[in-house]
Structure formats: structure tokens, C-alpha cells
Design a protein around this ligand. Sequence first.
Ligand code: NAP
Length: 328
Amino acid sequence: MATTHEYDVVIVGAGPAGMCAALYTGRSMLRTLVLERGMPGGELLNTEKLDDWIGEKSILGWELAQKFEEHSRLFGAEYVTANVTTVRRTDEGTFETITDTDDVYKSPAVIVTAGGTPIKLGIPGEVEYAGKGVSYCAICDGAFFRNQRIAVVGGGDAAVEEADFLTRYAEKVYVVHRRDTFRASRILQERLFANPKVEVVWNTVAEEVVGDEQGLMKALRVRNVDTGLVGTLDVNGCFVFIGFRPNTGIIDGHFEHDAMGYIVTDSMMQTSIPGLFAAGDLRSQLTRQVTTAVGDATTAAIAVEKYLKARSEGGHAVDPLGSGGYAV
Ligand code: NAP
């Protein structure tokens, strides 16, 4: 049966940003609820190993996710498995976070850390070999392909830039693109074309990720869209960069966003909707790393505490970088 619950702050999403925000709001003695539709961990659960989490030379994605969750629960944050459909600011200036089972969580502040979703190819083997050859993050996984042959799929800025980046590790990078021109910016294309380790496979689509007996990727089956000819690239990795969607569809009402749909915040991580904060991959910013997500989240959690204090005193907490302070 659908019920209504009240908290000081509701956090939507339990990736690194959500769990870190929960640690800080819990530590500030705020009644904290984290709503997550799957297992806590977010993109960490799509990452086999990390070698850029400062303090750990190498750590498995799921292991770091587990540590984050345990630590964030220490200070009292509650976790509920739920699929959030709507985050709505009411006329009274509080929020209703509503799930697909019609449960309603009321709170004066919400931190949205719902991340983003890389667009998938939707070909056989893609899901099966995710983390075993198939990747959506060059910075996270590139180093695991030292001296190997890999493919990159896509023809936008991300594919072209990351293909060039991946040659730091890989011996050979095939860029598989469905047309005969890239949509990527000229400068990125020129850099790519000048790279001797790169070979562009034009007018070609990926059709199947093929694995070996050990359950690791060993080849990518491809098809030329002009000739219909089918071929195989002997590669151990396939990086897919065909676009990324921030998970912002749950926010009811207009909020400021950039041209790609990522949420714009002030320096306190507050969105253009007062009391609604955002952290992690769905925020408009230069890069999307675990370290930047937890940095955003720390700021957002501390800002929420100040926001709630200012609200209870009927006052104003001011964004130090000048966005004008909180309307409470
Ligand atoms: P994007 O610009 O949307 O490009 C997606 C690419 O994937 C396109 O080349 C598209 O082919 C291809 N594609 C889409 N669906 C496909 C499918 N099912 N199978 C095969 N190929 C498919 O995405 P993005 O490269 O991730 O970039 C997103 C935004 O971030 C862009 O605005 C980009 O400028 C920006 N960005 C900028 C930088 C930078 O400036 N350094 C770096 C990364 C991203 P078609 O071309 O045929 O449509």
C-alpha cells in the first residue's frame, strides 16, 4: 500500500555521489533517505577495476561500492530500494519524491544524484561482455588494454577523442563508424587522423561481440552498410561512445540545464529550483569521475545543511561565488 514518509533530505540515486552525500547529511544529524532502484554503486558496478581512486592502487568497482555504502550507513542514512518517477517542489516550498509504487517521500530538500546512462549498441554479446571487454569509459578502463587491440564505436567528439586517448595503452585502435564522415569537431578529427595507431573503419556497424572460452571478449563482428560484407575485428576490447543521457527526466518542472541536458548548478550545487541540489554525472561540468562526483556530493550535503538552517531561521545562506543565495 502506498504510504507517505518524512525526512530532512531525500537523496535520489546511490552511486558514489549519492552515498557520499548521505554520509555527510547523516553526519550532520539530518534524517536522510537514499532511494535507489538497483544495488547501491551506480557506475562503479559497471567498472571492473579502478586505479585512479586516490589511496587505492587498484580496487574492484563492486568492492569500492560496498565500502561507500557501509561507510555512509554508519551515520544513520536509510536506504530504500525504489524506482523514483517524480521529484516535485510543492507550493509550500517542500518536495515530494514519488516512486512507481506511489509512495511519497516528503522533505524540505532533495539531492538528485541519479547519474546518466551511456547509450548502448543493443547488439548480441554487449551485455554479456560488459566489463570483460565492452566498456563505456576510456579513462576508467583504458589502462586494462595495454598493448592490446581494441575497437571504438561512434563518430562524435567522445568517440574520436577517446579513441586517440586509448592509443596511450592500446597497440591498435579501430574506430568503427556507421557513416563516411565524423560529426566530431575538426581539431579532434585531425588529431585522430595523425595518430598512426588508429585505423578508421568507415560505413560500418558493430553487429556482435564475440567471446572466448574464458568468457572474455575476443572479437567484434562488423558489417559494411554499403556492401553488406560481414567481417571480424580481432580485438579484446570494444569502447562504445554513441551518446550519453543524464537521468533528469524525474524532475518535474523547468530547471536550468546546458545544451546537452545536464543540470546547471551554482557553486553550492543548488539547481535553479530552490532546495533541489544536484551532484555527480548528471551535473554540467568538465569531467565525470568518482572523485568529482564525491566532491560535488560533499558540497551539496553541506549546502543542504546550511539551506535547512537558513530556512528554519527564515534567512538566506549565500553562495560564496555569487549566485545570490538561497530563496527559501
Ligand atoms: P554524439 O555527438 O551524439 O555522437 C554520437 C555518435 O555515435 C555519432 O557519430 C553517431 O553517428 C554515433 N551513433 C549514434 N547511435 C549509434 C548507433 N546505434 N550505432 C552506431 N553509431 C551510433 O555523442 P558524444 O560523442 O557522446 O558527444 C555528446 C556531446 O558531448 C556532444 O555535444 C559533444 O560535442 C560533447 N563532447 C565534447 C567533447 C569535447 O569537446 N572534447 C568530448 C566528448 C563529448 P552519426 O554521426 O551517424 O549520427
